[in-house]
Design a protein around this ligand. Structure first.
Ligand code: BG6
Length: 471
């Protein structure tokens, strides 16, 4: 597929891919690493635990060599808080610092830009015991962790992402295994949005600190953003779509960019006596922080209708891309125009363009795609091949829409789909694969852990080499 009539991808566009520490590294309690909430959670039935994952901790050199073979310009990975600070605060684990130094240096050896996520769903278990994000001290815990990262890696890491999918932590925390509600909580909604508030303040302070400590570096948020459509042109459905857009998307970006709470969300929370309490200085902290770019994950859009009274009060149910709705605000419906993945997520490449356009109109900042991708069952053939034409088609269609959006005037910094390498899904185990690199293991059988480039990996190499001209 060629896109000759459209504007080209910018020079120095970050073609790469993403992973997160707890899903890819394994070695979850090795070399001094402390447990995170992911290591102590109940493993969803029928899925692997997180002790080995893709064993990237021991295979990172081989993995990065394969990324270099595909021509990656960037690799987005996260740093496990508990590898650096096993207890979340206090003593630094030098072996953790050493590992990420090696990983970063290995990327740089091949000219691959490291893009570092500071927090990807892995709260230290020791801090969970101290109340997790409910504890107002969580802001300082995170800022302390951030300062250690900036100090140790800031000489080489120029692109930082604060909190991965804070909106999903807030909206679907239970399915990701991250939600801790202190005993005795009576207003759960208020507690959740208080946690969310602490994360927003922590993010703001980390952005300011980054700019102070590393004037050359760039930092941004990484929420999961996907435009929400009204089911029909019935005005009530349009209001429902605005509600969901406000709750799911704009709350997070209005806060990151402008430091203000979205009015629709604020007034919804007010109804349930659930607005967060501000500590002295929070308002200034949030207003003083400015991201350099918007990082965002996109998987698909959502479609909603007005709630007809059938939606139970459940603002934390569902998964990242599917939920029933929120009572009185919106009801999720199936979009008949879209196909679905084998795992039930709708597929909407054009919605990608629409999402990018909307974000650019609202915030006027450059954007970095930090995730996008197709979770599927892959098969390794006897001659060591993975024919994942379905993934190529998905990525091709989505990249094409980025180019359409660039042609519409959006400023795009890069594309880092999920995932560089097969890893463990948030709640569907190893069988739901996303990688360009296949890892030879099953759900419970650890296999050889040998790596194979999938057909999509060879295809991506060609895309990168042509800077997106040859899809
Ligand atoms: C995003 C997360 O929600 O989507 C990743 O940032 C996650 O951690 C990815 O793996 C795909 O979701 P899932 O549930 O299929 O693993």
């Amino acid at each position: 597929m060629k896109n000759e009539k459209l504007a080209s991808f910018p020079e120095n566009f970050f073609w790469g891919a993403s992973t997160s520490a707890y899903q890819v590294e394994g070695a979850n309690l090795e070399d001094g690493k402390g447990p995170s909430c992911q290591d102590v959670k109940e493993v969803p039935e029928g899925t692997s635990d997180l002790t080995v994952c893709a064993d990237h901790y021991h295979h990172y050199k081989e993995d990065i060599a394969l990324m270099a073979e595909m021509g990656f310009k960037s690799y987005r990975f996260s740093i496990a808080w508990t590898r650096i600070l096993p207890e979340g605060t206090g003593e630094i684990n030098q072996k953790g610092i050493d590992f990420y130094n090696d990983l970063i240096n290995e990327c740089l050896k091949y000219g691959i830009e490291p893009i570092v996520t500071m927090f990807h769903f892995d709260m230290p278990a020791a801090l969970d015991k101290r109340g997790s994000w409910s504890n107002p001290d969580s802001v300082e815990w995170f800022v302390n962790f951030a300062s250690i990262l900036f100090q140790n890696f800031g000489d080489r890491v120029k692109y930082w992402l604060t909190i991965n999918e804070q909106n999903m932590l807030t909206l679907v925390g239970p399915v990701i295994g991250t939600l801790t509600i202190p005993e005795g909580t009576t207003n759960v909604l208020k507690e959740i949005y208080q946690q969310n508030h602490h994360m927003l303040v922590a993010q703001a302070k980390a952005m300011v600190l980054c700019h102070e400590m590393l004037p050359e570096a760039k930092i941004g948020p990484a929420p999961n953003i996907s435009l929400v459509y009204p089911a029909t042109c019935k005005p009530e459905d349009v209001i429902a779509a605005q509600n969901f857009n406000a709750i799911r998307n704009w709350l997070y970006l209005d806060m990151a960019v402008y430091g203000i709470y979205n009015a629709i969300v604020w007034n919804w929370l007010k109804k349930y006596d659930a607005t967060p309490t501000f500590a002295p200085g929070d308002e200034d902290a949030m207003k003083n922080a400015h991201p350099d770019f918007i990082g965002f994950n996109y998987y698909n859009t959502a479609t909603v209708a007005a709630d007809d009274g059938s939606i139970p009060f459940d603002p934390i149910g569902g998964d990242q891309q599917n939920s029933n709705g929120i009572a009185g605000m919106y009801k999720s419906v199936r979009n008949e125009y879209l196909g679905k993945t084998e795992f039930g997520w709708e597929i909407d490449p054009v919605g990608f363009r629409a999402t990018i356009r909307e974000m650019y109109s609202r915030y006027h900042l450059p954007m970095l795609v930090t995730e996008n991708g197709l979770g599927a069952y892959d098969t390794l053939t006897e001659d060591g091949k993975i024919h994942d034409q379905y993934r190529i088609k998905y990525l091709q269609d989505h990249i094409h829409q980025i180019q359409e959006a660039i042609n519409d005037g959006a400023e795009m910094l890069g594309y880092n789909p999920w995932s560089a390498i097969d890893l463990i899904s948030t709640h569907e185990g190893m069988k739901k694969r996303y990688g360009f690199i296949y890892v030879d293991r099953d759900e419970f059988d650890l296999g050889t852990l040998k790596r194979y480039l999938k057909d999509s990996g060879y295809w991506y190499k060609k895309v990168i080499a042509s800077n997106g001209a040859d899809l």
